[in-house]
Design a protein. Structure first.
Length: 134
């Protein structure tokens, strides 16, 4: 199951990176609250438009996975993976300090936790949004 969860996570990020937002939405089981609050002009039910805006305008980093390593299984149906992303040129994505902080206050990081859960249907859904850069 852990490998199936990992594959769903990788597929989800690939769909986002390729602009296949409808396919990505089918693999996402997390909240849309942040996307909805940042995009009041979009119908909250229009998942495709919300993902499009998130990935192209609002700062979500819809990048390819470089590595996804299982960190822990937190329940019989939920896994946490540490994920590294890369740019199209193959360089590692690193999130630097934000919003006036310096590197001692907010050290740069390249690994991000992502939760993936198996649903009653047997499908694995990603529960966390892409990394955000303001």
């Amino acid at each position: 199951d852990a490998e199936l969860a990992r594959q769903s996570l990788i597929q989800f990020t690939e769909y986002l990176h390729e602009g296949k937002y409808d396919d990505a939405a089918r693999l996402y089981g997390g909240t849309y609250e942040v996307m909805i609050s940042h995009n009041e002009d979009i119908d909250p039910e229009d998942r495709i438009a919300l993902w499009l805006r998130a990935c192209t305008i609002s700062g979500a980093q819809c990048l390819r996975v470089r590595s996804a390593t299982m960190q822990e299984q937190i329940s019989p149906t939920e896994y946490v993976f540490l994920v590294e992303f890369e740019y199209d040129d193959g360089t590692l994505f690193v999130q630097g300090p934000c919003c006036g902080a310096d590197e001692t206050q907010q050290p740069p990081r390249s690994q991000f936790p992502y939760r993936v859960a198996r649903q009653q249907s047997g499908a694995f859904l990603v529960l966390d949004m892409p990394v955000y850069l303001p």
